[in-house]
Design a protein around this ligand. Structure first.
Ligand SMILES: Cc1cc2nc3c(=O)[nH]c(=O)nc-3n(C[C@H](O)[C@H](O)[C@H](O)COP(=O)(O)O)c2cc1C
Length: 170
């Protein structure tokens, strides 16, 4: 329980940032450091026992702009053995054909860089057509999917369950 946790997010209209702050409150300010991807020292990620990455999907299945700006910088990194998990913000009613695509892009990017990814999440309880955030057999999301537009009342419970499954919360 005494691990050092980094929560790195990009956020255009603050939703993903607010979830990062919520995670910090839930896990404790002394354990969690918040990192905006905009000015993140990517090499510092390896100093954490666990990294949580937060990414919203924008513009019909695109990366949020700050993640987009740092996307190629990530390719220079070696995240071998780094334990991490991804959460995303999206809008299943407004963008049902691109729901949470960015979770999928980031998950596969981190995996290719050697990271040890955890935190798959059930895809029941959502209504959407397509998502690039699904596992190959489409049975789960590869990270935690949050939708504060349509299901804000579910966010706290989803976070609690996910953090417990990651064994970051008792
Ligand atoms: C113009 C626009 C495009 C969006 N495109 C998508 C999308 O393709 N897929 C999706 O799941 N959500 C989409 N969303 C919803 C955002 O991901 C959602 O509002 C999210 O909470 C934004 O997070 P942020 O405030 O941290 O940037 C879009 C929202 C807007 C306003």
């Amino acid at each position: 329980m005494a691990q050092k946790i980094g929560v790195c997010y990009g956020s255009s209209t603050c939703y993903t940032e607010m979830v990062a702050e919520k995670i910090q409150q839930m896990l404790g300010e002394n354990r969690v450091e918040l990192i905006d991807i905009k000015d993140a020292d990517l090499a510092s990620f390896q100093q954490y026992d666990f990294m949580i990455f937060g990414i919203p999907t924008w513009d019909y299945g695109e990366l949020q702009e700050d993640w987009d700006d740092r996307w190629e910088d990530l390719d220079e990194m070696d995240f071998s053995g780094l334990s991490c998990a991804v959460y995303g913000l999206g809008d299943q009613e407004g963008y049902p054909d691109w729901f949470q695509d960015a979770i999928g892009y980031l998950y596969h990017k981190l995996k290719n860089l050697g990271a040890d990814l955890k935190g798959h999440w059930p895809n029941q309880g959502y209504t959407f057509n397509e998502s690039k955030a699904l596992t190959e057999d489409k049975s789960e999301f590869v990270g935690l999917a949050l939708d504060d537009e349509n299901q804000p009342e579910l966010t706290d419970d989803r976070l609690t369950i996910w953090l417990k499954e990651l064994r970051l919360l008792q």
